[in-house]
Design a protein around this ligand. Sequence first.
Ligand code: PEP
Length: 222
Amino acid sequence: MTVAGNWKMFPGPDPQALRVALGDLPHVVAPPYTRLRDCVEAGLTTYAQNVHWADEGAFTGEISPPLLLSLGVEGAIVGHSERRQYFGETDDGVAKRTAGALQAGLNVIACVGETEAEREAGETQEVLRRQLAVLDAHPRLVIAYEPVWAIGTGRTATPEIAQDAHAFIKSLLDAPVLYGGSVKAENAEELLSQRDVDGALVGGASLDIESFVTICRIGSSR
Ligand code: PEP
């Protein structure tokens, strides 16, 4: 079961201290770019928070799969709702980033999820269908179901909402599905015990070593 920590644009915990605290527990960390090397050198399983599709080129501000691989980075998050919401990333761009990263040899966590307005309008399945339609199953592709209304808000999807969405996603694409949206040490057990929840993508709670290690331990026991 994968438990991945998205540090967003925060420095995050000390990689060495986190490594020691995690021991043998399976984990992924996605620090800001400037901390990738420290995380790799500390022996953490390290992903980037985004990746471009091209190997190289005139794409200011972007990072390519080979550049990440050369650092020892093993994967990337793609299509996070904050990228879609604040930086105009589209389903098409997410598809290209995902395909380019997979082709280059990275693992990918591709994020999907509906906004509050879309859920209230009964459009959750339609949104998920549209976001997933551009992705093809791949042995190194994992999906993260992250309802936008639950990210960084303290509002977690109920285990039933998560289970329903995960089962729907799996009916469309053969891939493990992580749940993301205000996962904490206190609610991880009931979310991760749902049949189709294959792990978690954790934002805020991954910045605290004790919380993240607790969630990783719960994940490894499932
Ligand atoms: C995330 O950043 O992917 C996330 C789910 O954040 P949080 O856990 O803080 O809601």
